[in-house]
Design a binder for this molecule. Sequence first.
Ligand code: SF4
Ligand code: SF4
Length: 634
Amino acid sequence: MEFQFSEKLLLALLILWSAGLFLWNLRGKLELIRQGPADRVRTDQVGKRLARTFKEVLFQTRVIGQRPIVGALHAVVFLGFLLFAIETVEHFLEGLGVSLLEPLLGSLLPTFRAGMAVVATLVAVAIVGLAFRRFVLVRTSPDPRSITSGIVALFIFLLMLTYLNGLSASPVAPRANWWLHALIILVFPHLILRSKHFHIVMAPVTLFFRTHRLGDYLPLDLEALAEADVEDVSLGLEKVSSLPWKMRMDFLTCVECRRCTDSCPAAQAGTGLDPRAFVLAGRQALRTGSPDDEVTKTVIPDEALGFCVTCGACENGCPVGVEHLQLLVGAKRAQALATGRGVVASEFFRAIESYGNPFGLPRDDRRKLISDLEMPRFKGAEGEWLLWMGCVWGYNPELRPAVKAFRDVLDAAGLSWGVLDEEPCCGHHSRRQGEESQFQDLARRSLEVLKEKGARQIVTPCPHCLHTLRREHSALDGDYQPGIVHYSELIRGLLLQGKLKLNTNETRREAAYHDPCYLARYEGIVDAPRAVIAAAGATVRELPHRGAQTLCCGGGAAGFVRELESEQRLDRVRRAEIVRSGAELLITACPECRMMLGAAVDETKDLAEIVAESVQAGQEARRSDEPQLAAMGK
Ligand code: SF4
Ligand code: SF4
């Protein structure tokens, strides 16, 4: 198409106006981010960060993850968006009297255009599908209706329509069609800046800068802070001014999809904790609040904060890499360390302080347990396993059958193993409730004991201890790095090595298996417990929330020792799901989950119990076969 000089001039001015205004407004947003303090190095392992971002952005893995159909439609629009970047440049160059694609592609241009016509059709269908879901299927759509979203959808649809019209042999009103296409593109960036569609620009950046692993909390050097000028000390997220730049970026990038809220057990239990709401409140606080506003007043209310079990479901499913956990634990630190208003866990902290365990029980209880069960003491010999029991196995008498079962499993495998006379609390829940000082004391005490005893390989039934010993204690002492495994991993290994013989003749039972958050979501251990269950003669009836998408039992962040009103209890949501599954047997692989879900169905067993039963059944079967084999001369 030929353009007059006046048209070219008008187009050039419009491009300059649009780009200039976009950069000016973008500068304002970036300034909001820039005002936030730094929290940690976020540019280490650049190659790894780039590879992760490339995978998550280009293949839209986080978008598709929890909502496959909607995610796939979004992926079509996004990939179309990328491909159309070439045609957009070509469109404006054409208006200025230049062509790029013709000299570049030559005879391949018709083929390229035919391909782009297919892409445009797919994008148009996908955007109609997304709009239909949002504006018609409002009952099933978790997204709120928004005028901007409607305009963006209309613009994308019109862009595809005008593109296809421009390609046709006899386009309708070709010049008007061309200008409409150009004007939509020129206005589009401003809609992006003023709406949740800002994520188009920011999502790759937030994904690049996010922490390497879930729940990698900011280390606090408390000794250095104690020596610093009191005025300069920041122990947590007290004021809006203390929100770091990445958190601010997260707030501005949130796409409002509500995946976080939908997967939050506290939100499902109706406690008032709503991850999307606090992210959006954070955005509002940045835009209109004062830097001196308190985070627990303007961003996330004190009471709601207390219901967070740090299960990580919100952050794990966020398509744009928002780090909810940093905000949650940062605000809890401010509560617990700076203002002394630890809302939910003060009793927990006191119990740990006075008794060294969250139940507030005398240390003699644990000593009695290990002596009653005749558990060997750890000596630190070569090849010896240390069984790190964790507080729940150590102090809750209801879980004694599980402890005994695992003792029997270890003995049946012929392992050299032992327990500590005095096992400190690892500090997991103290850290998650913001009591960083208590966590660091407990972590140091644990490290001292482990080093003194010479523990080189540790097995624990508790995913919370596993995560804390493996990820957080090791970060405090780089010189001491013992091997730490979950008991499901150890048992699977023993089965593979043939050291454990189970009864394979037993009739298979069906059982629901509950994935613990800190095992499946934080540590990625999903297959080992299932392999063990299968070997022990049961078939797993999978629950709707499973693997990394599991639903918390409510025990996290000291929930297993808190007294709550029944309507506030998070475990009732998971229990209801287990009951709906119709399973008669529930298998758990975490002492806290076992406590929280014990009464969900008729029968609940610890993983160690079903293995011990199968070992015993196997031994009995072999014993009953012995006379026959002897008679047969074998
Ligand atoms: S960590 Fe779990 S409980 Fe806390 S806000 Fe996120 S999803 Fe909800
Ligand atoms: S924080 Fe993430 S998951 Fe939650 S609404 Fe925003 S974009 Fe969606």
